[in-house]
Each structure stands twice: as structure tokens, then as C-alpha cells.
Design a protein around this ligand. Sequence first.
Ligand SMILES: CC1=C(CCC(=O)O)c2cc3nc(cc4[nH]c(cc5[nH]c(cc1n2)c(C)c5CCC(=O)O)c(CCC(=O)O)c4C)C(CCC(=O)O)=C3C
Ligand SMILES: [Fe+2]
Length: 371
Amino acid sequence: MTHQPDAAESAAAPYDAVLVLSFGGPERAEDVLPFLRQVTAGRGIPDERLRIVGQHYYDRGGRSPVNDLGRALAAALRDELGARGCPLPVALGNRNWEPWLVDALRELHDQGARRVVTVVTSAYSSYSSCRQYRENLADAVAALHAEGRDLAVDKVRVYATLPGFAGTMAELTADVVAGLPGERLGTTRVAHVTHSIPTPMQTGSGPVGDDEEGYVQQHLRVARLADEAVTARTGHEVPSALVCCSRSGAPGQPWLEPDVNDHLEQLAGEGVTDVVVAPIGFVSDHMEVVYDLDTEAAATAERLGLRLHRVPTVGTHPDFVAGLADLVLERAAQARGEEVQAASVAGPALWSVCPPGCCRGRTERPALCGG
Ligand SMILES: CC1=C(CCC(=O)O)c2cc3nc(cc4[nH]c(cc5[nH]c(cc1n2)c(C)c5CCC(=O)O)c(CCC(=O)O)c4C)C(CCC(=O)O)=C3C
Ligand SMILES: [Fe+2]
């Protein structure tokens, strides 16, 4: 982290640092409640839900895996960029807990960074997974400006269709299905899983007036690519569905459905024997995966007599990390005004500068990386 590259000589120019921007989680029991209050500030998540979610953290000693996973991704990306002759510092900064975003950016600035490119740990458009991070960036940069620090921040493109993400997820899914006994493939189903969001957040996701490129539509592209990989690998068309986990919000409030547990109930009633659970909505094995899928959905499957097979998340898979490095260099070329070839699967490459109104929230707040 100490070596300062000469930005002018680097394929990463004009950027002199990379920020991995993530959700964040607690690492000690005493931090669980403050973390939950931070996440839900003003969002009307019932106390009942908070107690349940808090317990998931306490059951693991109060330590969420998410920060360690973010640090591992940042280190892997730094190594990959270094191996490509771009020895940039890569820092982890979080929305909801230490290491806080503003502190990560301040540290990069102390190391000499003046123009930072951000990789968010979510591949999809929505208020929660894209715009809210852009608002967090606006707040952090404004705070640093108020300290007299000069720093500009950009973001790589929305990467649901990046080969290193969607293609890797598709191959990982095909690996799991191909490992099942051939005689059970006829009674096997794939469940592509993502984080549920409120229905109005889905409606507002992606560019205004574009019904083809919202949160769900982007997931359906990735799911279809994975289905095709499964068929190519096994010769079977294994039916699949896009389902959700981690719903919160008040009872009565509409969120995306079906819940993965309800979906398993339905499949059990249809004579299915095996369900391959592919967490396409997530990039690492954080709590939504290790609790909602590996603990809760696994228990549901067990009760129903279903065999559940969980596909790994992309994590620090070399193809994912290489894809993110490609994105950083692609964004750099774009920032230099060069024409770029944006590699994409399962649909067109998505945008790096969000159009006005993209992923609308409940209120208009300043956001960076938008047009
Ligand atoms: C789309 C999406 C992603 C994926 C994209 C991305 O990664 O950004 C995501 C990731 C995550 N969500 C996480 C944790 C939580 N999310 C909550 C609440 C909420 N999530 C929402 C959406 C998303 N969340 C929403 C609309 C809410 C309602 C409140 C609000 O509008 O904000 C709550 C409050 C309690 C509850 O309601 O469950 C917690 C504790 C963790 C950390 C896990 C760990 O510690 O390992 C991660 C990676
Ligand atoms: Fe969440």
C-alpha cells in the first residue's frame, strides 16, 4: 500500500487508488445493536425483525463475515492490478460499519490519492444496491472537502452482465448440477436467490422509463445464463426460478417474492428431490448466505426431505477478481476519453455513469457517479 504508482504511466490513469465499497457488518457482540440501528435508521424495520437478525449475529459471537470477505476481495484485487503493472492501493470502505467509507477515503487521500475509482460489492441496480452507495459517496466526499481535502470519486459500471461475474456464477452453478447423480436430474430444480427488496424499490430500480434494466430484470439475465450453462454441461434442461431471501420491512408491506423457504415447500409438493441454490444476488458468503441460505433454508429443506446443494458465491474466484480488474481499467480508459470495448454476457453492458433518476429512493439526496 505504500508504493505510489505514477498515475500517468499506469493503465489505471487517471485513477491513483481503488475503493471497494461494501455494506459492512459488526465484528464484536457489543457492536451488533449499534450496527443494526445504523442500517435501519429511519426505515421502519420492526423491532421484532431486528431482534431476530441480531440473534443471527450473536449466534456467531457477534462477528459478521462480511468485512473479512471485503478485505479479502480488496487484497485480491490489489494483487491482480499489481500483476498487471498497476500497483494501486485498494481500500475497503463500508456504508454501515468500520472500516467506514469516509475513513477509507481519508486514508487513501493521506497516501496521495486524488482520484479514486469505486467497486461496489453488488452487481445490480436498485436504491439499496447502487444509488444508496452513491449517496454515501457524496456524503463522504463532501465531508473530506470540508476538511480541505481534494478528492474525486468515480465508479465502475453496474456489473451484472460482466463475464467475470455472470459467467463465473453460471459455471459455478453448472459445476454443482453436473455433480449430481444423473438419475436425479429429472427431479432437480435450480433456485436462483437474491435479496428481497420492497416492491416500490424494484419499480424504481435502473434508469427511469426503462423496464428492461431494473433489479429483477438484471437478475433474470444472470439466471438465464446459468440455466444455459447447466443445459450445456449436463444435456438436461433443469427448471429454475428466481426467488428471494432476507425480507424485512413491516408485515403488509409488499417485498419481492417468493421467499426461498416457501419455494422449497412448493417444490417438495411437486416431487422434487434436489434443489440447487445459486446465490446470484450476492458476491460473497456473508450473513444473508450463511444464515438465510445455509442455516434457515437448509433446515427447511431438511424438514421437507429435500436435498439442498448450495452453489458458492464468486467471492475471490480468480475469474471474478480478473473481471473486476478489467472493469477498473475499462473505467480508467473511459475517464481518459478513450473508446472502450465493454465485455458483456446475457445482454448489453450496463452503465458506469448512472442516468438522472436511476434507482430512485424515497427522497432526492445528492449522489455521485451520476449524469
Ligand atoms: C439489495 C440488498 C443487498 C445486496 C446488495 C448489497 O450488498 O448492498 C443487501 C445486502 C446486505 N444486507 C446486509 C444486512 C442487513 N440488511 C438489512 C436491511 C435491508 N437490506 C436491504 C437490501 C439489501 N441488502 C433492504 C432493502 C433492507 C431494509 C432496510 C433498508 O432499506 O436498508 C438489515 C437490517 C435488518 C433486516 O431488515 O434484515 C441488515 C442487518 C448485509 C450484511 C451481511 C453481513 O453482516 O454479513 C449485506 C451484505
Ligand atoms: Fe440487506
